[in-house]
Structure formats: C-alpha cells, structure tokens
Ligand binder design. Structure first.
Ligand code: PEP
Ligand code: MN
Length: 349
C-alpha cells in the first residue's frame, strides 16, 4: 500500500507508479479514504526492488507492507481513519440503526410505507426491505422486482436511505440504477467471491455502502474480513461487517448467536460492526435482548426486522419482526446502553 505525501497523486504520478509496478506483474488501485487517497499494489508486492524504487519517488511518503490477507480492511491500515456515514449518522459516533421488513409484499405496499414511517419515528436511520429473497424452499415466495419501486417510494416518503439484498449481477444493476443506498450481501452469498468482486467494481466510483453479512457457516474471522477486502480492493471501502448468527444453530434459536465476535472483529479490522439480532435468534421475543448484547459487545449498529403488523407480513416477518412499539423501545434502550458504554451521558438509565 503506497502512502503519498499529498492527499492525492496527479495522473502523471499514478502513471509513473503504474509503469514501475507493472514491470513486476502488479497494478495500482486507488482507494479513496476520508483524509487522503492511498494506492494499493495489487499482485505480489513483496519484490524488494519494486518497493525500493517506489520509496525513492519524491511524492511517496512510504510503502506500508502489512502482511495481511486483508491489508485494506486491516486495523493497521491507513484506512483505519476512514469514516462511513449514512442517514445522517457517522458510524462510531452514535448508534446506527437499520430496520424494516424482511420482505416487501408487492401486493400490499401500504404495509411497507407504514413500516418505513414507523422506523423513522422509532429513530432508525436506514430502511431495509427485501426485494429479492434467498429462500431455502424453492417454492416459497422469491421476491419480486416490482418491490424495488416500493422500496424507493418509501425512501422518498421518509427521506431515509434504503437497504436491499442483491444476489446476482442483475439485481445489482437494478438496485444501483434505482438509487438503492445500501447493498446487502446475504449470509448465503457472503463467500461468493465473483459476486463480491462484481459489487466492488460496480460501486468503486460511488458512495454506496455495503452491509456484508457473515457467512451462514461459521468460518474463521479472517475469512469474514477477507470477504470485505474483495469489495474494498476495487476502491470503495464503505463496508459494514454484519454478524447474523451461524450454523449449526443453538436449540431454540434460529442460528447460533454470534454478536460476541464483535470485539474480535474490531481487534483485526477497522470496519464498523452492525449486528443483525433478528436472524441470529429468529423470534421477535428474543430480539431485544440480543440487540442489547450486541451493543454491550461493542457493536456500532443494529440491523433489525420490523413490520407495522408482523402477523400480516411475509418471509420472516410474522416470526421475527418487531412491531413498532417493540422497535421503538429496543432502539431507545440500545441507544441508552450505547451512550453509557461509550462514555457519553445517557439520556435515561
Ligand atoms: C435477510 O436479511 O432477510 C436475510 C435473508 O438475511 P441473511 O442473509 O442473514 O439470512
Ligand atoms: Mn429475513
């Protein structure tokens, strides 16, 4: 990773660097951070001669040789000062909340509009809504691209950004064309490296934020962070790591709750952690406790399923979604705990 002396290199300087690294079979990828742009060397960057030549250039401060499979997302990376903001919140400065329906019902858009209003009222910053759904049962409702219009209309009505899962390149293009602000990569696709790369390429020049769920099957923490690196390596490091429970599950819960990995993730990566308690425990009654545990473990945010009338929802909503009162109470308690544990004076304790 090349750290320049200035905030950004000129085209001529980037061309000079590119010419040097290409002699060693590598290429240069600019990564735009909050303070300055850094330049990743893609390929085998261990060649001492190449590093010496780069470090000899007058506009290069130093070459950082973090030996890590995720050198951009690594805590030691220069990007550690990068801040991600969405919905008026900068991650790390206050509790960040994504909430909304598991699945948008295209036959009943009014539920989604009412849910979106309830999320705003409860203090959420991003509205989630499943347009395309990864269903275990191939005969279950798979989502409907018409729901994309409903999602964007909810964004217009509330003024809040929206989050939707994309499962392939067709969804990706449709979501970006429609103006979806946050792309969710689900637990089933979290290790789909070609999809991760396609998303990375598609958002390289945008300020889109990605919510990357942890793979459904427990893997090493490094595997999770390296999946984020696949996206960041194309130039957009706006990635939130989302533990959402893993398999094998825990009796009584939908999955094995994994909010406890938050401190471990933070030890290795600077990326904000946004925990999804809904898919972890799988029942609305257990979601508030799991959300509080996540905040206690140091999570920067929560992603929760909510529905104005859960029983009339589809997908996971009848079981998992919080109703507006439960959502408002969970957000307010989670915010109080966040403030308490982050040293701010709590509103109510
Ligand atoms: C969802 O968010 O509705 C979803 C399907 O999540 P996951 O990928 O975590 O199962
Ligand atoms: Mn769901």
């Amino acid at each position: 990773m090349i750290l320049p002396k200035t905030n950004r290199l000129s085209d001529a300087q980037v061309n000079e660097l590119t010419a040097i690294v290409s002699e060693f079979g590598c290429s240069i990828q600019p990564i735009i951070g909050a303070v300055r742009t850094i330049y990743a060397i893609l390929g085998d960057e261990r060649d001492k001669l190449m590093i010496n030549r780069i470090e000899g250039l007058p506009y290069v401060d130093r070459v950082d040789r973090i030996q890590s499979p995720f050198k951009l997302m690594d805590r030691r990376s220069d990007l550690a000062s990068h801040r991600i903001s969405l919905g008026g919140v900068t991650l790390g400065e206050e509790l960040f909340v994504i909430a909304g329906q598991c699945t948008i019902d295209p036959q009943n858009p009014h539920f989604f509009y009412e849910t979106a209003a309830a999320v705003k009222e409860a203090g959420g910053q991003v509205i989630r809504g499943g347009v395309w759904k990864p269903r275990t049962n191939p005969y279950s409702f798979q989502g409907d691209h018409k729901s994309l219009d409903i999602l964007m209309e909810a964004s217009r009505r509330t003024g809040l950004p929206v989050d939707a899962e994309v499962m392939d390149e067709v969804h990706l293009k449709m979501a970006l064309d429609a103006g979806v602000h946050m792309l969710q990569i689900g637990a089933r696709n979290a290790l789909n490296y070609s999809l991760l790369s396609s998303i990375g390429k598609a958002i390289a020049e945008r300020d889109t934020v990605v919510l990357l769920k942890r793979s459904i099957h427990m893997g090493p923490i490094e595997e999770f962070i390296a999946a984020a690196e696949y996206i960041a390596s194309f130039g957009n490091p706006n990635i939130l790591l989302c533990p959402r429970g893993t398999k094998p599950g825990m009796d009584g819960y939908r999955n094995h709750p994994d909010e406890s990995i938050t401190p471990l993730l933070k030890e290795k990566s600077w990326a904000p952690v946004v925990v999804d308690p809904s898919h972890s425990v799988g029942r609305a009654a257990y979601v508030p406790a799991c959300a509080m545990a996540a905040v206690a473990y140091g999570a920067d945010g929560l992603c929760m399923e909510a529905h104005v009338e859960p029983i009339k929802g589809i997908g996971d909503d009848p079981k998992q979604a919080l109703n507006p009162a439960a959502l408002a109470q969970t957000i307010s308690q989670a915010k109080a705990l966040w403030n308490l544990t982050r040293g701010a004076i709590p509103a109510t304790v």
